[in-house]
Design a protein around this ligand. Structure first.
Ligand SMILES: Cc1cc2nc3c(=O)[nH]c(=O)nc-3n(C[C@H](O)[C@H](O)[C@H](O)COP(=O)(O)OP(=O)(O)OC[C@H]3O[C@@H](n4cnc5c(N)ncnc54)[C@H](O)[C@@H]3O)c2cc1C
Length: 405
C-alpha cells in the first residue's frame, strides 16, 4: 500500500485524503490544531465550475448546497443616506454559471466528516523534519513520533511548514491588504448582508447559523506590510482596533466583541509564487503551493481541484508516487498562472482607494447586477476572473469504488 502523509486539515488536506483513499492509497492527515471543531473559522469561500464538480463527485453536492450562504442582497451603508441595495445572487451568477458560496468552516467540517471513518487524523502535532531517502520519506513530528511514508504533501496553508522545511523561506508576495474575520452575537439579518466602504477599509456583516450571530469581515488596504506575526493573535486584534477604531456605523460594536471572538482570523493578503512545488517525494497542494491571496483570488477552488488532480496523478504512477508529480504540476500550471492576476484587481474593487471610489463602488456593483448575464460576466472577469482561471482544467475520470485500506 502506498502511504501518504498530508500536513494540514483545512480544505486541501481532507479533500486530498478523500481522493487518495478512494484511489487505494493510505493517507494520514497531521493537523496542528488540537481539535477539529464543527464550523471552525473563516468567512465565505467560493467553489467555481470544476471545484463544484469535484465536491459533487465526492457525494457532497447536496450537503454543500444545503450549507451555502444565503445572502440575497448586500446593503451598502452610506452615512446620512439610504443604503445601496445590490442583488448578490445576480452578481454571483454573472461570475460563473456553476458556483456555490459556503462558509469555509462548514466546508472544512463536511470534508473532514467525509473522511473521518477512513483516514487517520493526528491532531495537535506537526511535521518538524523530513528526510527524503529516494525510496521513502522519514518524517519527524513535534511530538517526537516518527514515520516513514512514500510521499509527503504540504496542505498546510499560506504559511506552510512543509514548504519551509523543503524549499526554505519562499517569499510571500504581499498584495497590499489584510483580511480579518470573526463571529459575534447579532440580531437577525436574514439574507441581507451589510457593508461599509471607506478609503482603504471596508467592513461587511452577514448572518450565520441560526441567525443569532453574524460574521464580520474587515478588509484593510495598505502599501506596506504591518509588523504583525500570523500567529500573534493579540497583536492582530490590536492591529484591527487601530485600523478600524475611528470608523463609525456599527464598527465600535464589532470591536467591542473582538476580545470574545474565539474564531478570530487575520492574515495578510499575499500570494505564494513558486515555479515548481514538488521536490523528490514531497509536494504541496492548495495555499501551501500556490495561494492566490485569501479572500480575493479563488484559493479554495484551486485547493479542491488541486487535491483531486494530485490524487489522480500519484495513484496513476503506481509504486512510485513521486513519478506522478510532474503530471500534477503540468495540470495545475495554467490555473495557477491565471489565478495570480486576480487578487490585486479584486482587492482594489472591494476596498476603495479614494472617496470617489468609495461612493461609486456600491453604485457600480448595483448596476452590474442588473445587466444582462453575458455582459455581466464579461465585466466581472477580472484579468481572466476567478471562474475563468479554471477553464483549462481537465478533470480525470473518477476511479471505481473505494478500496478499503
Ligand atoms: C482559520 C482560517 C480561516 C480562513 N478564513 C478565510 C477567509 O475568511 N477567506 C478566505 O478567502 N480564506 C480564508 N482562509 C484561507 C482559505 O481556507 C484557503 O485560502 C483555501 O481554502 C485553501 O485551503 P488550504 O487547505 O490550502 O489552506 P487552509 O484552509 O489555510 O488550511 C491549512 C490547514 O493547515 C493547518 N496548518 C497550518 N500550519 C500547519 C503545520 N505546520 N502543521 C500542520 N497543520 C498546519 C491549518 O491549521 C489549517 O487547518 C482561512 C484559513 C484558515 C486557516
Amino acid at each position: 500500500m502506498t502511504t501518504v502523509l498530508v500536513s494540514g486539515a483545512g480544505v486541501a488536506g481532507p479533500a486530498l485524503a478523500w481522493w487518495l483513499h478512494r484511489r487505494g492509497l493510505v493517507p494520514t492527515v497531521v493537523e496542528r490544531r488540537p481539535a477539529l471543531r464543527a464550523g471552525d473559522g473563516g468567512h465565505a469561500v467560493d467553489l467555481f465550475g470544476p471545484a463544484v464538480e469535484v465536491v459533487a463527485r465526492m457525494g457532497l453536492a447536496d450537503a454543500v448546497r444545503d450549507a451555502r450562504t444565503r445572502t440575497e442582497t448586500l446593503a451598502w451603508v452610506r452615512p446620512g443616506r439610504r443604503p445601496v441595495e445590490v442583488d448578490v445572487e445576480a452578481l454571483s451568477a454573472g461570475v460563473s454559471d456553476r458556483h456555490v458560496e459556503v462558509l469555509r468552516g462548514d466546508l472544512v467540517s463536511l470534508l473532514v466528516a467525509a473522511t473521518r471513518d477512513d483516514v487517520e487524523y493526528v491532531l495537535g502535532d506537526e511535521v518538524t523534519a523530513l528526510t527524503d531517502s529516494g525510496s521513502g520519506v522519514e518524517v519527524t513530528l513535534a511530538s517526537g513520533a516518527q514515520r516513514v511514508v512514500d510521499l509527503v504533501v504540504g496542505a498546510d496553508g499560506l504559511h506552510s511548514g512543509v514548504r519551509r522545511l523543503v524549499f526554505g523561506e519562499v517569499p510571500e508576495l504581499f498584495l497590499g491588504g489584510y483580511l480579518a474575520v470573526f463571529s459575534l452575537p447579532w440580531e437577525q439579518l436574514g439574507g441581507r448582508a451589510l457593508a461599509l466602504a471607506d478609503v482603504g477599509r471596508s467592513v461587511a456583516l452577514y448572518g450565520v447559523g441560526d441567525g443569532s450571530r453574524a460574521r464580520a469581515v474587515l478588509l484593510l488596504r495598505t502599501d506596506r506590510e504591518l509588523p504583525v506575526d500570523h500567529r500573534d493573535l493579540a497583536g492582530q486584534r490590536e492591529l484591527v482596533r487601530e485600523a478600524f477604531g475611528d470608523l463609525g456605523w456599527e464598527v465600535p460594536r464589532l470591536l467591542r466583541a473582538l476580545p470574545e471572538a474565539e474564531d478570530f482570523y487575520l492574515d495578510a493578503i499575499s500570494q505564494v509564487r513558486m515555479d515548481t512545488w514538488s521536490r523528490g517525494r514531497v509536494t504541496l497542494v492548495g495555499d501551501a503551493g500556490y495561494c492566490p491571496g485569501p479572500a480575493v483570488g479563488g484559493g479554495t477552488s484551486l485547493a479542491v481541484v488541486g487535491a483531486h488532480l494530485l490524487a489522480a496523478a500519484v495513484a496513476g504512477a503506481g509504486r512510485d508516487p513521486a513519478a506522478g508529480l510532474a503530471a500534477y504540476e503540468r495540470a495545475m500550471a495554467e490555473p495557477v498562472r491565471q489565478s495570480r492576476r486576480i487578487g490585486p484587481a479584486v482587492l482594489r474593487t472591494l476596498v476603495p482607494g479614494s472617496r470617489a471610489q468609495a461612493r461609486l463602488t456600491p453604485l457600480v456593483l448595483r448596476s452590474l447586477a442588473s445587466l444582462p448575464g453575458p455582459l455581466r460576466r464579461r465585466l466581472t472577469s477580472y484579468g481572466g476572473g476567478p471562474a475563468r482561471m479554471l477553464d483549462a482544467v481537465v478533470l480525470p475520470a473518477s476511479p471505481g469504488p473505494a478500496v478499503s485500506s
